[in-house]
Design a protein around this ligand. Structure first.
Ligand SMILES: [Zn+2]
Length: 369
């Protein structure tokens, strides 16, 4: 099992209104260029298309003020700090003495997810919440903490970087630890089909588990003041995070090894235009899923996605002309198998993983437990 040398890096977009302030911080030497390390594996931002990476000059303080605001040596910057996975968000809030947040966010989110608060009452509640203002708080809202995971924030590892397209990002570092609460009697190999709806289908080859996103009320920006709209977006993101983290809970309970399709990363910028819930699910697919499983010491391997959605998992026929049906329906004309296309894909991913995984081959031949 590999040692976990690198902390988990969480990347957050900085608000464009803060860009001039960042320029000032560079000009006055508060932010200093972080030299590119000789070995790529030592690069804290490997995999990110950073043009230049900056870090804080020694002795400079970094504080989190609320969900959208941090302060670097007296200069405030907008950052989507609530877009962190649960353990990281909680660790950050607990380490931030100046943190403030709105009251009543947890029951509000619960009502939204249950569908018991919609329409005008929802709009009124959102407005009233922002009018009441933020209060000092050390207990993070909107995070249902997975019992097995906890994190510590590493304030000495803070990076800011700009992409080629000119956007600024903040990278925060966390050490995530895992404590097993329960385990399936016979943990097994799990294949995942990842998407937005369902968020995930997880298959152990016999049974298939669907994780659906929680439906949310449709609210339009013109229905709300900018501050209330912003709060609603934050709640929508938190809801997507809960949906995504439910999958993690299932996996750490029953998985011995997890396989998922290799996803193509379209770059950093486009993902931030997704709706809040989709964005949370996207963050889960790309970052949190491997990070959580790594913390839980569950091997996670990506497999080649070619063919996993068109091949029939029963007869292994992969002639796409033999497949009829649309959307979620998989219908094999060759062997007659009918089923859900996401289940079919998850089972193919699992089989492909078992066939090609070096970890599994080694485990089976007794070289590794
Ligand atoms: Zn078939």
């Amino acid at each position: 099992m590999s040692r976990r040398n690198q902390p988990d890096r969480q990347t957050l977009q900085l608000g464009s209104a803060s860009y001039p302030s960042i320029d000032d911080l560079i000009a006055n030497g508060t932010l200093v260029v972080h030299p590119r390390p000789e070995r790529e594996t030592d690069d804290p931002l490997k995999g990110v298309r950073a043009q230049t990476t900056y870090t804080l000059r020694a002795g400079v303080t970094f504080e989190v003020l609320h969900d959208d605001l941090c302060r670097v040596d007296g200069t405030v910057l907008q950052a989507q700090l609530s877009h962190l996975p649960t353990p990281a968000y909680r660790a950050l809030v607990e380490a931030s003495p100046s943190f403030e947040q709105y009251d009543g966010l947890d029951p509000l989110l619960q009502q939204i997810r249950e569908g018991s608060l919609t329409g005008q009452p929802l709009l009124d509640t959102l407005e009233a919440t922002v009018v009441a203002g933020r209060q000092p708080s050390r207990v993070p809202s909107l995070v249902v903490l997975p019992r097995s995971f906890s994190a510590t924030w590493l304030p000495e590892e803070i990076y800011l970087f700009q992409t080629a397209s000119g956007h600024w990002f903040l990278s925060l570092s966390f050490r995530t630890t895992f404590r097993r609460c329960s385990r399936a009697l016979r943990p097994t190999a799990i294949g995942l089909d990842l998407g937005l709806d369902p968020v995930t289908v997880a298959s152990d080859g016999q049974t298939d588990r669907f994780y659906a996103p929680t439906p949310l009320p449709v609210v339009r920006p013109q229905d709300l003041s900018p501050a209330a709209w912003h709060l609603y977006q934050q709640l929508v993101y938190a809801s997507g995070r809960q949906d995504a983290e439910a999958v993690i809970g299932g996996l750490v309970h029953g998985a011995r090894v997890v396989f998922a399709e290799r996803l193509t990363h379209q770059g950093m910028t486009p993902r931030f235009v997704h709706g809040g819930r989709d964005q949370a699910i996207h963050d889960y697919h790309f970052s949190w899923l491997p990070q959580y499983l790594n913390a839980a010491r569950i091997p996670f391997q990506r497999v080649d996605p070619a063919g996993t959605s068109i091949e029939c998992h029963c007869c292994r026929d992969s002639d796409r002309h033999n497949r009829v049906g649309t959307g979620a329906v998989f219908n094999c004309r060759k062997c007659g198998h009918q089923g859900n296309a996401h289940v079919n894909a998850a089972r193919n991913v699992r089989r492909l993983g078992l066939e090609t995984s070096s970890w599994w081959t080694a485990a089976r031949s007794g070289q590794r437990a």
